[in-house]
Design a protein around this ligand. Structure first.
Ligand code: ADP
Ligand code: MG
Length: 589
């Protein structure tokens, strides 16, 4: 298929890295690149409570362009539409930490939570105190009683602006977290889409929408909203959306309804190709709506702040500001994304690119003398390290070839990047396994897991990275990889992924393939590896098929509710491909 919309890029897979380099240039000395893909301010004073934001790239100018004066101190940047990997978050944390704690402030997405939590764990081991506040302003993504399930969308802009200002004088993490929680609670948004953007690496649209329809409540990656409405006028749409936001303050027991005399900051955000003209036309109606209710506009910002490539769409956000929040809002700020009031930019040291400070720990290994190809079928008890390595390389090739299928499955229920993330991860696995000879099964599997964890990002980076990394820890001392090792690996991986991600069987995630696989592997301990893998792979496939009949309650698909019925989970397909390829590799003659 021809590209949905032509984009001016080099290799689209390099876009996230190249745009960050360009952003550092645009900051002209105020910020520098840190580690793999983070941005940090140059002049963070000692003892300051640091503010770290972050998320996937492709939504520019957020989040990375929110670093600046009275704004965020640093940003951890993922690949296009993918949460940053934990090592990237750790590097960013290290770069902004000034000994008084680091507040993580980012959007409520499974992938971001998994990666930031792991980044926080890694940072805590280094002595950094971390707190997290999640941004979840998207009214249409869940009802008020399930507010914790809401996604973070454009409301992040006023929230980060306010918290950035508050971070200048906060004495400790608790104080800053309190302001962040207040700003989050008082911010509500609704977005609509008229046409999709496209994923740079595939050229495919992020969602499909019938011509003449508007997707109401659609997410910033094109995740499902509350429904489709007929194309209408700017005034009619603005009135409807403003009413949804207004009603949400009434319906949510945790906040007061908006009342006469309240003051709000208004944000009108273009998702990409919706013009300033259209946003300004809508603004008149926002003012009229609020004036009719006696609500005062304290300030207005309008522009493309939170985008999804060339998506045509617009979102409206309100932040109710009390005296404290008004003071923070009124402080001048300067960043590439948002600047208020004039003032000379701080010019920092000439260095704009830090060397990579964090090198992920690599397992014990020695240089390979010569490559070996091994007949996997020859082993009677199980696989030697060389055979296990060949099996993982075959899995890598199978996943890389399945990229279009996995991306399509994620496009149907999520945001369309699962295949790209998995292909990125397994390409890194191939590189990690290619150059070295491993001395233990544990190191071999840990090396594969580590390669995935540090390159994939997204929910699946942590989930599939953990599969090999946590699973691999059970292989300590194993001489060969047999049925027992398979069962240990799958059970440990299952426990780890469930603990990290909080999903359980039936939530329509990769767990629905991994869980039956682990159970079946345990039942087949006395079966030799080919037979055990035969049964285990079949159990994963059955689990994946069964996920079609499940309603998603975790991951991006959860907002679809019953609409997620009939299609399998993308991650469950990946688990099936992994186990079936392992089976084929072991059984191949
Ligand atoms: P993202 O959701 O960040 O875009 P991917 O598209 O790469 O990440 O991966 C999506 C897959 O990750 C889902 O299909 C699901 O199988 C898996 N997943 C998401 N959240 C969880 C979770 N909490 N626990 C286990 N697996 C999850
Ligand atoms: Mg996805």
């Amino acid at each position: 298929m021809a590209n949905f919309n032509p984009k001016l890029l080099n290799d689209p897979l390099d876009a996230a890295d190249e745009l960050l380099d360009g952003l550092v240039d645009a900051y002209n000395g105020e910020c520098r690149k840190v580690g793999v893909r983070s941005l940090a301010k140059n002049d963070i004073p000692d003892g300051k409570v640091a503010l770290l934001v972050g998320g996937g790239a492709g939504h520019e100018p957020i989040y990375h362009a929110m670093v600046g004066k009275n704004m965020a101190d640093g940003a951890a940047c993922g690949d296009i539409f993918a949460a940053p990997a934990p090592n990237i978050i750790q590097e960013a944390t290290q770069a902004v930490d000034r000994g008084n704690g680091v507040l993580y402030l980012y959007g409520n997405y499974a992938g971001d939570i998994l990666n930031f939590n792991l980044g926080a764990e890694m940072s805590a081991a280094g002595g950094t105190d971390v707190r997290t506040v999640l941004i979840a302003d998207d009214v249409c993504s869940a009802p008020p009683e399930r507010k914790n399930d809401r996604r973070g969308i454009a409301g992040l802009v006023p929230i980060v602006k306010i918290v950035g200002a508050a971070s200048q004088s906060a004495n400790n993490l608790d104080e800053l977290a309190r302001v962040a929680e207040k700003a989050c609670l008082q911010t509500r948004s609704v977005g609509v889409a008229m046409a999709p953007g496209s994923i740079p690496a595939t050229g495919k649209p992020t969602f499909s929408l019938e011509e003449g329809k508007i997707g109401l409540g659609l997410g910033i990656h094109g995740e499902a909203g509350v429904g489709e409405i007929e194309m209408t006028t700017a005034d009619a749409l603005t009135a409807m959306v403003m009413n949804l936001i207004y009603q949400d303050y009434i319906n949510d027991d945790e906040v007061d309804a908006l009342k006469e005399g309240d003051e709000v900051v208004v944000l009108i955000n273009s998702l990409g190709s919706t013009t300033m003209m259209e946003c300004l036309v809508c603004m008149r109606k926002v003012r009229e709506f609020l004036e009719q209710k006696g609500i005062k506009i304290f300030d207005v910002i309008i522009g493309p702040y939170v985008t999804c490539q060339e998506m045509a769409g617009i979102s409206f956000s309100l932040t109710r500001v009390d005296q404290e929040l008004k003071e923070y809002w009124s402080m001048p700020c300067e960043s590439f994304c948002i600047s208020k009031m004039q003032g000379p930019l701080h010019t920092g040291p000439a260095t704009t690119h830090d060397p990579i400070t964090h090198v992920p720990s690599s397992p014990q290994k020695t240089e390979i003398k010569k490559k070996q190809t091994v007949d996997l079928s020859k082993s009677s008890t199980g696989l030697s390290i060389h055979q296990a390595r060949d099996m993982i390389l075959k899995v890598a090739d199978a996943i890389i070839s399945a990229e279009p299928i996995l991306s399509q499955a994620d496009r149907d229920l999520g945001d369309g990047d699962h295949g790209l993330g998995m292909a990125r991860g397994f390409t890194a696995v191939k590189a990690a396994l290619d150059a070295v000879e491993f001395v233990s099964h544990r190191d071999l599997f840990a090396s594969a897991g580590n390669a995935m964890l540090t390159t994939m990002g997204g929910a699946s980076g942590v989930v599939f990275g953990s599969l090999f990394l946590a699973g691999g820890t059970t292989l300590q001392g194993a001489d060969y990889f047999g049925s027992h090792e398979l069962a240990h690996l799958l059970n440990r991986a299952l426990a780890d992924v469930m603990e990290r991600g909080g999903a359980k069987p039936g939530d329509k995630t990769m767990i629905d393939a991994l869980h039956p696989a682990a159970v079946t592997a345990t039942k087949n301990l006395s079966n030799p590896l080919p037979g055990s893998l035969e049964a285990t792979a079949q159990a994963a496939r059955n689990g994946m098929e069964a996920s079609k009949d499940m309603i998603a309650t975790m991951g991006r698909a959860k907002t679809l509710g019953e609409k997620s019925l009939g299609l399998p989970d993308a991650g469950a397909i990946s688990v099936t491909i992994i186990l079936e390829t392992m089976r084929d590799a072991v059984q191949a003659k």
